[in-house]
Design a protein. Sequence first.
Length: 271
Amino acid sequence: MRASAAAKVNLALVVGPRRDDGLHEVVTLYQRVALADRIELEPGQALRVEGFAGDTLVRRALEGLAARVGIEPHWSVRIEKRIPVAAGLGGGSSDAATALRLACATLASPPAPETLRELAGSIGADVPFFLADGPQLGSGSGTTLEPVELPQDFWVLLVLPRDLAKRSTADVYERFDERGGEHGFAERRAGVLATLATLRRPRDLAGLPPNDLASSPLADELRALGAFRADVSGAGPVVYGLFHHDEQARRAQRTLARSGRTWLTAPAWYG
């Protein structure tokens, strides 16, 4: 059994105060893109995950699934990585969700959807999104999802800055807390919802507030090169730019190749 595990970008990421569970209140707009890993899974004698030595989430997901249905984990998985690691694109979360879907298809009695979503949320805040189709508005810790209608007719240029080490997500949130970043959360949240309420065309996405966790001068460069929306995805470091036309996006890609690795892709509905 094989399936694609698509990356995501956060078209908006508004962060509020720390919750009682230690996580932060967020409002985020998840959008899949066509850049994807590839997951292969088949029943085996024991749990084996190959192809990506850095994996932790696929193994955790399948161990959790086995525990919930009362069996020993017995799948053989191969991960073909194409999504850059620790880049803010959700590659590990997408791999885990895809492995869960494939493994459930091998079970005579798979868990109920709500049980699977609960398991996904225990693995990572982004994982439940990858069990759903289409763009989603995430709230709470990011695991409470609501489908949203977004235009899908635009191009997405991803730029991974060269020689920029990603800080851990925990460190990014710690610095957010240190600077009092939660102040004004209600107003920024309202700004996301107001933009969604009137959003009709791709360029309306420009009205979304900037990422609360991270910024990059590459976003300014992307806008100067014609992107109608540009920002950091998640906790970074990947920066995305949204373009109306592929020729314009390709010119920007050639220009920014000096700044790091680039991928030109497009919105994806599922996978």
